[in-house]
Design a protein around this ligand. Structure first.
Ligand SMILES: NC(=O)c1ccc[n+]([C@@H]2O[C@H](COP(=O)([O-])OP(=O)(O)OC[C@H]3O[C@@H](n4cnc5c(N)ncnc54)[C@H](OP(=O)(O)O)[C@@H]3O)[C@@H](O)[C@H]2O)c1
Length: 241
């Protein structure tokens, strides 16, 4: 199947590792020109100037993947205003600013794709980090608002909601696996096995498996999909929508 991505320019946030890095690799393999954005690459998407910096690097943008995000284990009662604000800034303000900056020009050319990477915890809030879950749910709503506003002008906007992914967010030293192990007073392996056991598929996803869903939604072939909130969670969220 030809995804029709050759010659398209794509901006991917959160590109330095994990899901974002896998999305960049796959888009490039499909012939797209990819501009990867991360703080280590010099652009913090929570900064209000980031759309201008990205536009200067990318020129015309056909595809935007709002993927930058992070989480940590923090009990509800320990969350402070700064935690809530930080998650809102990354999951809502940053993608909103980038869509506001780039969707009108896509609409002017009559073609665009935007994918917002949320989380299964947007659909079924987890107790891991409520600030993360709540802002990811808001990101789903934001994605739908933009999808409805731009569908008639050829800009298709969707959300992808992954479950646990076997990437650095979980596996890096001090990442979610180590944090969960410390909280539950179990080994890191037991913590990971416990998490995998909650997924009907029985395992974590690989970053490439999430990237495949995202890249399909960026493609010519996803030409009737807009306003969706696609679960890519191994069946974790027990709903039929
Ligand atoms: N991993 C999972 O289990 C899982 C599950 C559900 C949803 N998700 C979502 O999937 C997305 C990607 O997660 P991941 O697992 O790939 O995480 P990851 O491995 O921790 O990668 C996160 C990426 O975001 C970038 N980033 C973080 N803050 C940024 C900022 N302010 N400005 C620009 N870039 C920033 C990081 O690069 P720098 O540090 O260089 O900035 C990194 O490239 C996130 O939105 C996450 O919430 C992940």
């Amino acid at each position: 199947m030809d995804l029709g991505l050759r010659g398209r320019t794509a901006v991917v946030t959160g590109a330095s590792r994990g899901i974002g890095a896998a999305v960049c690799e796959l888009l490039e393999a499909e012939g797209a020109r990819v501009i990867g954005i991360s703080r280590t690459g010099g652009v913090d998407v929570t900064h209000p100037d980031s759309p201008a910096e990205i536009a200067a690097r990318a020129g015309q943008i056909d595809i935007l993947v709002n993927n930058a995000g992070t989480s940590e284990l923090k009990p509800l009662d320990d969350l402070e205003d700064s935690d809530w604000r930080a998650q809102w800034a990354l999951n809502v303000d940053a993608p909103r600013r980038l869509m506001q900056a780039f969707a009108p020009a896509m609409a002017g050319r009559g073609w665009g794709r935007i994918v917002n990477v949320t989380s299964s915890s947007a659909k079924r809030p987890s107790q891991t980090n409520a600030a993360y879950s709540v802002s990811k749910a808001a990101q789903l709503s934001l994605s739908r608002v933009y999808a409805d506003a731009y569908a008639a002008r050829g800009v298709l906007i969707n959300a992808v909601a992954p479950g646990p992914v076997e990437g650095p967010l979980w596996l890096a030293p001090g990442g979610l696996a180590d944090q969960l192990a410390a909280r539950r007073k179990v080994s890191r392996e037991e913590a990971l096995a416990g998490q995998a056991g909650k997924v009907p598929l029985g395992r974590f996803a690989q970053p490439q498996e999430i990237a495949a869903v995202i890249v399909f939604l960026c493609s010519e072939q996803a030409s009737t999909v807009t306003g969706a909130a696609w679960s890519a969670d191994g069946g974790s969220v027990p709903t039929i929508v």
